[in-house]
Write a protein that binds this ligand. Structure first.
Ligand SMILES: Nc1ncnc2c1ncn2[C@@H]1O[C@H](COP(=O)(O)OP(=O)(O)OP(=O)(O)O)[C@@H](O)[C@H]1O
Length: 311
């Protein structure tokens, strides 16, 4: 299947400064892809090139098979873009704002009203439809922003820092909504963020961006495996019979049986590293050797760990 978004050697220079350097990414239909990186990494510049709002210095971006530079109008027809700062009429209600936007998109008033109501329900704002937007919380405004871009039935939605300024509950609700839209309706989502641990909950794949360079891309498990190699899984075990000789017996057992690549004894605990998740066979072999486990913790690496390992 052809990718719905394709970036090939995409580069943006401002004078001698390279804001985006030779970017290559392919995103499949229905995927949620996170462009992640610190401020100034080049995320917004990439999005602007994808929308045809700024021209690449080199390379190309295609969205829904349209070249973003040559066919920006076609791209805009298929893409809903949620910028980091939203503009609504604060003295109008959520419903009025949506109807107004639908009318701007040439949707007749009756259909616009029906569609606006449906969308407000879809984003969980049905009870706030007649409330003035000026009284909406930031989370509610973000959800209204999502309804706004869904009005033209986009195949792709692009969100620039969508969780900025939201409280933890707002972030959770918003990300759940994005996940639902993608998985239930097949909408492809590209979102940028510098909040790694938040977006890792919903992204199928991520691209890690630093100083205009994409330093890694993939799903979190693959990234963790490629970075932490033999140590991508860490299991911490404490025994009831916590003598050093017992810990050493288990250490040797696990290494001999090739269940671990490394076992350390730290603060009377076994710290076991392995490239695959061997938790079950490790626990079985400890129990079979007649030892009792009274603490077990499996550490899974997240984007924060991956990111920190890179720097
Ligand atoms: N019009 C411009 N002229 C010159 N430099 C620019 C211009 N736009 C962006 N830059 C620079 O390009 C780099 C990438 O900026 P960009 O806004 O894409 O980063 P970002 O990852 O989106 O960061 P943020 O989250 O802070 O928006 C930054 O160093 C920025 O200063």
């Amino acid at each position: 299947m052809k990718p719905i978004i394709k970036l090939k050697n995409l580069t943006k220079k401002y004078g001698d400064f390279i804001a985006v350097n030779n970017l290559n990414i392919e995103i499949k239909k229905g995927e949620i892809f996170g462009l992640l990186g610190p401020n100034g990494a080049g995320k917004s510049t990439t999005i602007l090139m994808l929308l045809g709002l700024t021209e690449p210095s080199n390379g190309n971006a295609w969205v829904c098979n349209y070249n973003a530079t040559k066919n920006p109008i076609e791209v805009k027809k298929h893409v809903g873009y949620l910028p980091d700062n939203l503009g609504f009429y604060n003295n109008r209600t959520g419903l009025e704002n949506l109807i107004y936007i639908a009318r701007l998109n040439n949707i007749p008033t009756e259909i616009a009203t029906k569609k606006a109501k449906e969308l407000l329900t879809r984003v969980g704002l049905d009870n706030n439809a007649n409330q003035k937007v000026g009284t909406y919380s930031r989370g509610m405004k973000q959800r209204l922003g999502l309804a706004d871009i869904l009005i033209k039935n986009p195949s792709v939605i692009i969100l620039d820092e969508p969780t900025l300024g939201l409280d933890p509950k707002g972030i959770k609700e918003f990300l759940q909504l994005i996940y639902k839209l993608s998985k239930e309706e097949g909408i492809t989502v590209l979102l940028s963020s510098h909040h790694l641990h938040q977006v890792q909950q919903v992204c199928d794949r991520v691209g890690l961006f630093v100083d205009g360079n994409l330093i890694a891309q993939g799903d979190i498990n693959t990234l963790a495996k490629s970075i932490f190699n033999e140590e991508s899984h860490t299991i911490e075990i404490k025994l009831k019979e916590n003598h050093e000789s017992n810990l050493n017996t288990i250490k040797n057992l696990l290494i001999q049986n090739k269940l671990a690549s490394k076992v350390s004894i730290i603060s009377e605990k076994l710290i076991i590293n392995c490239s695959d998740d061997n938790t079950t066979p490790i626990v079985k072999s400890i129990v079979n050797a007649n030892f009792n486990i009274n603490h077990l913790h499996v550490k899974s690496y997240g984007l924060d760990d991956i990111y920190q390992r890179y720097f």
